[in-house]
Design a protein around this ligand. Structure first.
Ligand code: NAD
Length: 475
């Protein structure tokens, strides 16, 4: 049992001013794995005050000093690799291999990338008629979701430190422990007191508190569109800048020259990874009508290569969903899908032999209409939809016919067509033939998938204000 009731404020682990607690459930066992405090407004105020006090000096720290802090954090993160992997498997239900190869790796990737980006970053530029200065935005409030416990926290924290912006982090209360390990790592890295603060608690108290706080200058939020909207409304009262990384319903466009097996592998890995709890999951798969029979057969054949089960067992690719609430949501979408489309594989209920734990059956629907509920709403589970198209223009039109625009995937051979489709999908990140991820590639959404970009140099820019100075005497 992890009972970690303290918040990290002003360089110290401190008791909560309230007595309410939140239980953290292991989704594979349905048992309580630990407890955190449900922070109060007073806790948040203390953290904001600490961040505000250090702002004048932290924002003036040198690039070299920030690189040194980030290097220490990266080293500390690597030193606690095993513990981070274990804790993410327990709190999120991610199979050990996914905790290691995806969650752990993304966290370290962001810290290392921030160091690289900072090395080449110019905070002052002579632009002919004026001098441009980029200055820390102030105190930043970071609110993160449960589905990527180290990725979301690491990208925000690394960018904020690189920009010299002190932060107050509120991690998701379903998965707080990886973030608390991160806080211990940051503590050991010797950042100035107040530069990093962590307050645990509910969205309604700490989350709302951050977005409404008059002494917070910027809110970086990752989570659902509904909460994103509330944050924007609250932030508007003090004209606070917000960056929102929200949901998606991303298309996978399979070209007619694609190898069917490769295309199916791409489609499945981009829906099954993290049990479909991925904002950029490829949830709508567009295939040429002529490929339908072969594609469906390959889906049925290859789905068992993503076995569902105990995330601590070797060979398991798909763990449980994070919570009972998430399981119920996914079930209701599968029920809707059964009415709207043809069930190709999977369905409602739990996989055989997995009665304990929030396990869902990997499910693929075919004969799906792009305007149906299962093709338009974010399900956030291992549920895929297959939609056929007659020609590429129709595929692109349907791919863009969504309120979202976070990501897109295209699979095929002809390079000109691949480029054409990549340029036509209205989304912030496109993967061609499942290409490798570059940590310097900006991440963020068009349309209702959000505002702003994270990762690499674009991520650092979010935590900066720009000032133009005219008539600056030359030195
Ligand atoms: P959520 O919006 O319910 O919660 C996200 C965070 O916001 C949590 O820390 C929560 O406690 C907090 N919160 C809740 N109410 C709040 C309020 N009123 N004010 C401020 N904060 C509040 O989302 P979730 O269920 O944790 O995560 C799943 C969602 O996140 C999905 O929609 C997914 O697409 C999205 N997501 C987006 C990205 C991205 O980068 N675009 C990445 C991961 C997840």
């Amino acid at each position: 049992m992890r009972n970690q009731l303290n918040h990290y404020i002003n360089g110290e682990w401190v008791e909560s001013t309230g007595s309410e607690t939140i239980d953290v459930i292991n989704p594979a066992t349905e048992e309580v794995m630990g407890t955190i405090s449900s922070g109060t407004e007073e806790d948040l105020d203390k953290a904001v005050k600490a961040a505000r006090s250090v702002f004048p000096s932290f924002s003036q720290s040198t690039k070299e000093q920030r690189i040194e802090w980030l290097e220490k954090i990266a080293n500390g993160y690597e030193a606690r690799k095993e513990e981070l992997i274990e804790v993410m498997t327990d709190e999120l239900g991610a199979p050990l291999s996914i905790s290691e190869e995806i969650h752990y790796e993304m966290g370290i990737g962001h810290f290392k990338q921030a160091i690289d980006s900072l090395e080449d970053f110019s905070f002052t530029e002579d632009r002919g008629g004026h001098t441009l200065m980029k200055e820390s935005i102030g105190v930043s409030g970071l609110i993160t979701p449960w589905n990527f416990p180290t990725n979301q926290t690491a990208t925000k924290i690394a960018s904020a430190i690189a920009a010299g912006s002190p932060v107050v982090l509120k991690p998701a209360s379903k998965t707080p422990f990886a973030a608390m390990i991160l806080a211990e790592i940051i503590d050991e890295a010797g950042l100035p007191k107040g530069a990093f603060n962590l307050v645990n608690g509910s969205g309604s108290v700490i989350g709302n508190g951050i977005s409404s706080h008059p002494d917070i200058d910027f809110v970086s939020f990752t989570g659902s569109g509904e909460v994103g909207e509330t944050i924007m409304k609250n932030a508007a009262k003090t004209i606070k800048k917000v960056a929102l990384e929200l949901g998606g319903k991303s298309p996978v466009i399979v070209l007619d020259d694609a190898d069917v097996e490769t295309a199916v592998k791409t489609a499945l890995s981009n829906i099954m990874t993290n049990t479909g709890q991925v904002c950029s999951a490829g949830t709508r798969v567009f295939i040429p009508q002529s490929m339908k029979e072969d594609f469906e057969k390959a889906i049925v054949d290859l789905l068992p290569t993503f076995p569902v089960g105990d995330p601590r067992k070797e060979g398991i690719a798909t763990g449980p969903l994070v919570s009972k609430e998430q399981w119920d949501t996914v079930q209701s979408y599968i029920e809707k899908g059964e009415k709207e489309a043809k069930l190709l594989v999977g369905g409602t209920g739990k996989p055989e032999g997995l009665e304990t734990g929030y396990y869902a059956r990997p499910t693929v629907f075919t004969d799906v209409s792009n305007d149906s509920v299962i093709a338009q709403e974010e399900i956030f589970g291992p549920v895929s939809t297959i939609i056929t198209y007659e020609d590429l223009d129709e595929a692109i039109r349907m791919a863009n016919d969504t309120v979202y625009g976070l990501a897109g995937y295209v699979v095929g051979k002809d390079s000109e067509t691949l480029r054409h489709v990549a340029s036509k999908i209205r989304a912030g990140r496109i993967k061609v033939n499942d290409g490798d991820t570059d940590f310097n590639g900006p991440f963020g959404g068009y349309k209702q998938s959000g505002i702003g970009r994270e990762w690499g140099d674009f991520g650092i820019e979010e935590y900066l204000e720009v000032k133009s100075v005219h008539g600056m005497p030359s030195s």
